[in-house]
Design a protein around this ligand. Structure first.
Ligand SMILES: Cc1cc2nc3c(=O)[nH]c(=O)nc-3n(C[C@H](O)[C@H](O)[C@H](O)COP(=O)(O)OP(=O)(O)OC[C@H]3O[C@@H](n4cnc5c(N)ncnc54)[C@H](O)[C@@H]3O)c2cc1C
Length: 548
């Protein structure tokens, strides 16, 4: 019997009260479209967002939900037809697949692929290649999760980072100790299959549709070994504690072809190479510039981490509204547009109920970031407040931005006393250009030391961030008050280099069989965007092949 043909309609903007269960939406959607529930062949949420915009005008906050209704082809009602005409219902976009729809004959017989980096970009590049029949080796300079977590505990005890296994390097990549926020803000057909892989590995099903969804460090740590198991089941072999050091390429005759990679544990031959090395492998960038890869400097984000008691943010966002308070620790997303001759600034990577971490891999440098567990249960709320600096601010040359970051990170490391204690300053004191005194407790595990962050940052960044912090205080009263603390420096919210790639195939310019994906290539800025870039790159290469 051939399967029934179906059609999927997306009903936009159904409203759901904050206290209502999601289960009411199925019936509400059917009623609106004049359908009997038994006519549904399937029903799922496509997107759920919180809308609290009109709160001050007395409109109750609510969820706005897009739902997908799967119906037998030809199932129609007058209300459905009217809703389609008015745009209230649209045809649901087809989900993509991590299995290539076509494989170029240069790769159809299999072949050896080396993927470098076990972050989201590397993992989601390896999977389509393995599903297409290539023999994939995933090379990672850091450790498997279990050992990596032990290495981090040692760093916290000894204050000496392991340059190969740390908060940035190792299984899962830079986001392994994070809030695991999955916001993408892009509508990409590959989002659904990637999220489905994460759900199959143990992520909560809400990540498929909830715009506020996050996984949290605790759940990431049960998910990652299962994701590893999924890759192994597809034939991927892992090479842990193996640092990629360079390419061995055939020269001449047009584009170069990578034949092998050199690593800290020996040479590995390959027919396809995917680099997915993230935003902190500065030695790898330097080696690849040396080997003539087309790398250029790009703007990156620079700023500080701000931390408040979570209760201050809850009060500013929810007030005494008991219903809103049930949503859990409040978050924020603040933007200060460019003006008064100063560049824009915004909050980034907000971690409700989280803590500040030392996001470092090299000794002698300090950089902060934030993480939280799935319950968002700590007493602290932190976020980066960043502006964008580009070659105009830090000069020319492919690695000029890296050098600029390094100088700032060194300055903050020394101002903290040289042992990962972080410089701290109250927001108000930052604005008034004076050192802070009194109780300066934060969630940062190595402790803090009062310092003039306003001076350490440099005049341009100080003025931009000061303007933004004053504005943010208008949106969230108390933001710039005495309970707001700045800790820094935040330099790695995005990478300072970009590689030039062919638009059609995604291959690195001048190479037949080399992909460079994710944040280290300059094409991603978060977990989902890196995973998408990795998967997209691998699928394009499978289609385009490695000739020409
Ligand atoms: C503390 C923290 C919190 C974050 N929170 C969030 C969040 O909540 N949501 C979000 O979307 N994003 C978050 N991010 C950002 C996110 O983690 C990154 O954008 C994302 O991980 C980039 O993915 P990637 O695969 O490109 O690189 P990475 O995740 O950086 O992975 C690169 C991997 O390559 C390996 N590698 C590097 N060089 C070599 C080499 N020479 N040889 C072998 N292996 C190598 C590294 O060890 C690393 O494991 C956070 C980042 C940090 C540090």
């Amino acid at each position: 019997m051939s399967p029934e043909r179906t059609v999927t309609w997306r009903l936009l903007n159904l409203e759901l009260g904050l206290e209502e269960p999601e289960s009411v939406l199925r019936e509400r959607a059917c009623r609106e479209l004049g359908l009997e529930p038994e006519e549904l062949r399937g029903f799922r949420f496509a997107r759920k967002t919180l809308d609290a915009r009109d709160r001050r005008r007395g409109r109750a906050p609510r969820f706005v939900v897009h739902t997908d209704l799967i119906l037998a082809a030809g199932c129609e009602t007058p209300r459905l037809a009217r809703a389609v005409r008015s745009g209230r219902v649209i045809a649901a976009p087809a989900a993509g697949s991590l299995e290539a729809d076509s494989v170029h004959d240069s790769l159809a017989g299999g072949g050896r692929a080396v993927v470098v980096g076990c972050g989201p970009a590397g993992v989601f590049a390896a999977l389509p290649l393995a599903l297409a029949g290539l023999r994939v080796t995933l090379v990672e300079r850091g450790s498997r999760l279990e050992r990596r977590s032990r290495d981090l505990v040692r760093f916290h005890r000894t204050r000496v980072p392991d340059p190969e296994s740390n908060l940035l390097f190792g299984e899962g990549g830079a986001g392994t100790y994070s809030d695991g926020k999955l916001a993408t803000r892009v509508d990409d057909a590959l989002e659904v299959p990637i999220l489905e892989e994460l759900v199959a590995a143990g992520a909560p099903a809400e990540i498929l549709y909830d715009s506020r969804a996050h996984i949290g460090t605790d759940r990431l740590h049960t998910l990652l070994p299962r994701l590893r198991g999924r890759l192994e089941a597809c034939g991927v072999e892992f090479g842990w504690n193996a640092r990629f050091e360079g390419l061995v390429a055939d020269e001449g005759g047009g584009a170069r072809r990578v034949r092998a990679v050199t690593t800290s544990v020996g040479e590995l031959p390959c027919d396809v190479l995917v680099l997915a090395t993230g935003h902190s492998a500065r030695d790898t960038w330097a080696a690849l510039v040396e080997q003539g890869l087309p790398i250029e400097a790009k703007p990156f984000q620079l700023g500080v981490r701000v931390e408040h008691p979570q209760e201050l943010i809850d009060e500013a966002r929810y007030g005494s509204d008991a219903t809103l308070r049930r949503l859990g620790a409040a978050s924020y997303n603040l933007v200060c547009k460019a003006g008064e001759g100063l560049a824009a600034a915004h909050s980034f990577c907000m971690c409700p109920g989280g803590r500040i971490v030392a996001s470092v891999n090299e000794p002698g440098l300090l950089c902060t970031n934030g993480m939280s567990n799935s319950a968002h249960s700590s007493a602290w709320a932190n976020a980066a407040i960043v502006t964008t600096f580009g070659p105009r601010e830090f000069g020319g040359g492919p690695l000029a931005g890296v050098e600029f970051q390094r100088r700032l990170e060194e300055r903050f490391f020394e101002a903290g006393g040289g042992d990962y204690t972080a410089p701290v300053q109250r927001v108000g004191d930052f604005l008034d250009a004076r050192a802070s005194e009194g109780d300066l407790r934060t969630s940062y595990p190595f402790g803090v030391l009062p310092a003039r962050i306003d001076e350490l940052l440099g005049e341009d960044a100080r003025r931009i961030l000061a303007r933004a912090l004053r504005r943010f205080d208008r949106h969230l009263p108390g933001f710039a008050g005495p309970r707001g603390l700045l800790v820094g420096v935040e330099t790695r919210s995005s990478g300072p280099v970009r590689v030039r790639r062919e638009r059609a195939t995604g291959r690195v310019e001048g190479f037949r069989n080399l992909l460079w994906v994710g944040e280290g290539a300059g094409f991603a800025g978060g977990i989902m965007s890196a995973a998408l870039d990795g998967a997209r790159g691998a699928l394009s290469l499978l289609r385009a092949g490695v000739r020409g």
